[in-house]
Design a protein around this ligand. Structure first.
Ligand SMILES: [Cu+2]
Length: 507
């Protein structure tokens, strides 16, 4: 009976983890495992405990073996790797590997990728935020089957007790004494009560566990926005609840004090006017002594804005908070400073026959390069690399790109209804702060507290900022569901931040 309940519990307590972006749970990362450049996609599991599907494409054909292991991103659990499992190499495509891993716990995890090949061995750590997003209902057929099994077991238990009392110490072959019949009836009734009580207790246990699991379900935390009389944006958030490493422990509660710098800022704030997605701002509020975040607003037109606020917790867990801002009138604002940037443009197109080209005011352009000709439609759920090229006004590759907050480019990908928001980079969907923490946990790298030095080799990037940035930008991503998306791509050129945008219909 206990085992039955355990099975019932496992089935009932299923949940769906989600990553820190909004509505875009899969993890995409392009990075170097030693000498090998890998494109890693992690499809987070449907359940926790559950199976993560991992797809790895090696850029070169000299990788002979890939092994993968799940572990914690930070803390003692990040130091003791479990025995890794081999990823299967595709027979048709020797550069493609696929594997699966059990994720047994919530929280800030990593998938450690170990590549072996002609140039020795290399390691890459891929951060995975594992949280429950919802509970899956039990399938009706499974519920009926389990109920029938429960009935059979319950009846069997009663009949075993009755049989034991009736025939327990009767000599084989001899008839059952008539006087026992009453005792048999009594025993059967008692056994029925005991079995019913066990079932009732099991039901209580079941519901208590379901409630506890429900308390771990993660949805993007809300952030409150208000405009102060002097035109500043004030952002406040309640504590952020993140399920802890062990599903049976209470959730961790984190406030704005437990954050780490990501791209030199504690918060990356995105304001996107909806429904047209026709005004976009990428700002960096400062944390005030009162625990809120404050931002001087630039000149912003009136309208309804969706707020997406990215922060990274000290565990390396990335969080996107969501909120709304209604501006009844335009804000005169202050000129943009520092890394703040934005753009106003036309509304997102309902038909995307727009040319994959964006013209900047000086005549230079950003081109979305689609490899296949004719261009293949974009499909949901397919990992891809988005390529963009920046040209100068004469059409030549631009030579004036600089790192923008340590990156060749920053991209915000927004679905037309705001249900998907992803802040991605040429390294993928993982925030740089989480990525650095993950690489610092690798053997041989320092895992001292505090931000790790940027591992440019693992980031698959030339040394920055001394070097110029190549005008060809590639960003790994996979659209999570069909729909209309706007891609805001930001680069820095000769000290100036430029924002281009492209619309994409995803099938
Ligand atoms: Cu960014």
């Amino acid at each position: 009976m206990k085992r039955l309940f355990f099975i019932l519990l496992l089935v009932g307590a299923c949940a769906l983890p989600v990553s820190a972006h909004v509505g875009s749970p899969d993890v995409f990362l392009e990075g170097n495992a030693g000498p090998y450049k890998l494109f890693v996609t992690v499809r987070v599991p449907q359940v926790i405990p559950g199976i993560a599907e991992i797809e790895i494409r090696s850029e070169s054909n000299d990788v002979s073996r890939i092994r993968i292991a799940p572990m914690q991103l930070t803390g003692p659990g990040s130091q003791y790797a479990p025995a890794p499992e081999a990823a299967d190499r595709s027979k048709n495509d020797p550069q493609f590997f696929r594997g699966s891993l059990w994720l047994m716990e919530f929280g800030s995890l990593q998938v450690r990728v170990e590549a072996e090949g002609a140039h020795g061995q290399g390691l890459l750590a891929v951060p995975i935020p594992a949280v429950a997003q919802r509970m899956l209902p039990m399938q009706r057929s499974l519920g009926l089957l389990l109920f029938a099994l429960m009935l059979i077991l319950a009846l069997a238990m009663v009949s075993i007790v009755a049989a034991a009392v009736r025939e327990g110490n009767v000599t084989p072959g001899a008839p059952v004494p008539v006087a026992r019949k009453r005792r048999v009836g009594f025993a059967a009734v008692t056994a029925t009560f005991v079995v019913a009580a066990v079932l009732a207790l099991g039901g209580l246990w079941w519901r208590a566990d379901a409630r506890q699991y429900a308390s771990h379900i993660y949805s993007p935390p809300a952030i409150d926005a208000a405009i102060s009389p002097n035109g500043q944006l004030i952002l406040r958030a309640g504590p952020i609840r993140i399920a802890s490493g062990n599903p049976r422990r209470p959730a961790d509660v984190i406030d704005f004090t437990g954050l780490v710098l990501d791209h030199e800022h504690l918060m990356h704030l995105f304001l996107v006017r909806s429904p047209g997605l026709d005004a976009f701002w990428h700002l960096h509020p400062e944390r005030s002594s009162s625990g809120s975040f404050i931002q001087n607003l630039p000149a912003i037109p009136a309208g309804h804005y969706q707020i997406f606020a990215d922060v990274v917790l000290t565990s390396g867990f990335p969080v996107t908070m969501i909120g709304q801002l209604d501006l009844r009138s335009a804000i005169a604002g202050k000129p943009l400073t520092g890394d703040d940037s934005g753009i106003e443009g036309n509304s997102i197109a309902s038909e995307t026959n727009a040319p994959p080209e964006f013209s900047f005011p000086d005549g230079s352009r950003m081109i979305w390069v689609r490899d296949a000709q004719p261009v293949k439609p974009l499909r949901a759920g397919v990992p891809l690399i988005l390529h963009f090229r920046v040209t100068d006004p004469s059409g030549r590759p631009a030579a004036d790109l600089e790192p923008y907050m340590g990156m060749p480019a920053h991209a915000a990908i927004v679905r037309s209804d705001g249900s998907v928001f992803a802040h991605v980079h040429p390294t993928g969907s993982v925030p740089m702060a989480s990525f650095e923490l993950a690489q610092a946990s690798l053997p041989g790298n320092s895992n001292a507290a505090g931000p790790a030095p940027m591992n440019m080799a693992a980031m698959n990037m030339p040394q920055m900022p001394a070097d110029k940035i190549a005008p060809d930008i590639s960003i790994p991503y996979g659209f999570p569901k069909p729909g209309l998306y706007r891609l805001f791509i930001q680069v820095k050129r000769a000290g100036q931040i430029e924002t281009a945008f492209f619309d994409a219909a995803v099938k």
